[in-house]
Structure formats: C-alpha cells, structure tokens
Design a protein around this ligand. Structure first.
Ligand SMILES: Cc1ncc(COP(=O)(O)O)c(C=O)c1O
Length: 388
C-alpha cells in the first residue's frame, strides 16, 4: 500500500474531472455547471476537488460557509464562487472580502451588503424546502428589485432548492419547479441578465427542465450516486477510497469474545484481524457486526464493536489475512468493490454522510489515476498544501 499510515483516504482527482465532464456533456449548451465543494468537498478536499471540477468543465463553484470561499481564494482559485448559506454579519464580511456572491431573501440583507461596500446577490425563493429563502414570491421579487436598485449591489441570480429531487417517485419536485417558474419568469423579463438556478445533482440528472442557466452539482461530481443507487450505471466513478491495513491477526477459540461489550463471541475456532481504524477516523460505531471489509480481494465480516481506534474482522481458519495486508473499507480490491452507497445502506443513511463523516485523523492523499499529485509547479504545491 502507498506509504501508509494507519488509515488513508485516497482521492482520484481524475475521476472528479471525468465525472464533471460526463455531467456537463448532458447539459444544454450554455448551461453552466457549478461544482459544489462545501464541507471540504464532501470530505474529498475542497481545493483539489475544485481544481479537478474546473479542469473537467465546471464554470464556477459553490460552498455554504463564508470561510470556505476564503479557503478557495487563498489557494488562488479565481472563478466565481457562490456562498449559499445563511451568513452572520462577520461571515458576510468574509464572503464579500473573498469576492463571493451571496444569497439574499430579506431586504435588510441587501442593505447589509450595500453597507459593506456592495457585492453580488442571488435571491432565493423557498418553493418547498422549508429552510432558507422566503416563501413569498411577491416579497422575493421586492428583495430582487431592492438588490437591482441599490448602489453597489448587483442582482446576479435567482434560485431555489429541491427537497425531493432524489426520489423520482415523488412529484413534489415538479410542484416546486412550477412555483419557481411562475416567480422567475416575470423576474427574468424585468432583469434579463439574471442567472437562474435550481437543480442539485438529482434534479440535474432527473429532468432537464430544472437546468435553467446553471446547475449546482455536488454529490455526483465525486462519483456518488444522488439516488443512492449504482453510480457506475450512471457512468459516474467514485473518487474516494478508504484504506487501512491489518495490524494483527490472532486465533480466537470457540466461546471467546472480541471487543467492547463482547458483541462478538466466536461460535467456532477462528482468527480475528485487527485494523487500526475506528470511529475516531469516521468509521461509524453503528457498523458494529454490520459491515464488510476487503482483504486479499475477499469480503471479511466486521465482527465485534467498532471502537475509537480499531475494528476487528473475522478472518476465518486458516486465516484469510496476515499482518500488513491492505484492507479496503470503501473502494475496489481485486474483483470486489465496496461503495459508499453500500455502507450508507447498512447505516440507514445516505452516501453524502459517509464521505463527509471521514474525520481529520484520516489523511487525504490526492492522485491522478494513481500518479501522485506532486508535480512541480504552483498548482501542485497549492493542492499539496490543502491535503489533510
Ligand atoms: C442549496 C444547495 N444547492 C446544491 C446542493 C448540491 O446538492 P447535491 O450534492 O445533491 O448535488 C446543495 C447540497 O446540499 C445545496 O444545499
């Protein structure tokens, strides 16, 4: 294994590049793909993910926290950035200093942008998500008109966000879309330069009617399936692998137990392989007796309690693992593959939470189809500088 440490997340930036190119290919000409790199690029490393997305054809970036826009600027990324989250006054300062566009749903926020020297705003209509944005289309139009009419403030965009795009059986996305179209059509007539946007990954893949001028694509650029299904069937490649290694193998007699709480008691003589990765790295404790890990191209059952720093696998007799073997928790080994979607299903959650849930103790190693990103030059230096 490649120079490891106890646990490692390897991220293939070429996969992100190809995913973006594949997603962009299906957009109508003139529609911009905005790559969403919030939450440290869904756990993949925001700056390398952003660079890969831009190389793949993304035209701009979106984040949620103001500080995330500053991180991208500090790395020398110069494309338009949209900060999508609610912002405290201090955070608004940070976002505007990073020359990021911000999202408004309140006239007082437009005034706050103007008071800080101005900036570009996107007005958000809440068509049914129920989080940020105003639910009142007439008020949203007033906010837009205020932005357009305030010195120093530029009305840049009009947006909404879907609650159920990932559930194709649920018609609510169409209801939201209808509300959005009813609001944005006259608004665009009054402000022809407006950039109109609504779609996340699922919306983008589900219905071209959601594309408007720009799509905000997050999870799919990382090769994760927005519907929780098979990303490969949609021609998306997972960019992240999670690896560890077998730290020790020992025999366990019938009746002996393994781990906290004795949650595994061997029914027959076997061997247990201990891997130095646990919930302190982001391997969730709810995977106790409920996961598989690849060793020597075979699936071994995780047995016993996931502890902070270790997990234990049933390696059988004779043992199907030896100390030093590479172990793959997410990714491929031989002909076998474990996806973030599989881990998510076991946990009753979504793939997003699996990669976002990898903790800082797991270093991220970025590579391009196996080649380390250590080429000379400013770009590689910037990338290396953000690898945790
Ligand atoms: C407002 C907004 N737009 C776009 C996205 C991207 O969504 P996805 O990762 O499903 O593509 C998100 C992510 O949650 C979001 O909050």
């Amino acid at each position: 294994m490649s120079g490891v440490v106890r646990a490692l997340a390897r991220v293939n930036v070429a996969a992100i590049e190809r995913n973006v190119a594949r997603l962009a290919r299906d957009l109508t000409a003139g529609v911009t793909l905005c790559a969403v790199v919030k939450a440290d690029g869904y756990g993949h490393g925001a700056v390398p993910a952003a660079r890969a997305a831009l190389a793949g054809g993304a035209g701009q970036l979106a984040v949620v926290a103001a500080v995330e826009s500053r991180t991208l600027r500090d790395a020398g990324i110069d494309v338009p950035i949209l900060v999508m989250g609610a912002l405290s006054p201090d955070e608004l300062d940070v976002a505007l200093a990073a020359r990021a566009d911000v999202v408004a749903w309140d006239e007082s926020f437009v005034a706050a942008v103007a008071a800080r020297g101005g900036g570009a705003v996107h007005v958000k209509l809440d068509t049914g998500m129920g989080r940020l944005g105003t639910r009142d289309p007439a008020y949203a139009t007033r906010v837009a008109d205020a932005a357009a009419g305030t010195d120093g403030v530029r009305l840049a965009g009009a947006m909404t966000h879907f609650a159920t795009a990932d559930d194709r059986a649920d018609p609510f996305m169409d209801e939201q879309l209808a509300r959005f179209v009813a609001w944005v059509t006259p608004l665009r007539a009054a402000h022809p330069d407006l950039v109109v946007h609504a779609a996340n990954s699922a919306g983008t893949l589900r219905d071209a009617a959601t594309h408007f001028d720009l799509v905000r694509v997050g999870v799919a650029i990382y090769g994760l399936d927005p519907f929780g299904e098979d990303a490969a069937a949609r021609d998306l490649e997972p960019a992240l692998e999670l690896r560890s290694y077998v730290g020790a193998v020992k025999p366990v007699a019938a009746g002996e137990s393994v781990g906290y709480g004795r949650r595994f008691i061997a029914g027959a003589p076997t061997h247990v392989a201990t891997l130095p990765i646990g919930y302190g790295d982001g391997v969730r404790r709810a995977l106790t007796n409920n996961a598989e890990v690849l060793v020597r191209g075979r699936r071994l059952a995780l047995v016993g309690t996931v502890s902070m720093d270790n997990i234990t696998l049933d390696a059988g007799t004779p043992p199907a693992a030896a100390a030093g073997d590479e172990a793959v928790l997410i990714g491929a080994q031989g002909a076998e593959r474990i996806t973030a979607e599989e881990v998510a299903r076991r946990l009753g959650t979504i793939n997003y939470e699996i990669t976002c849930g990898l903790l800082p103790r797991v270093p991220r190693e970025h590579h391009r189809d196996g080649e380390p990103l250590r080429a000379p030059g400013a770009r590689a230096a910037a990338e290396a500088g953000t690898t945790r």
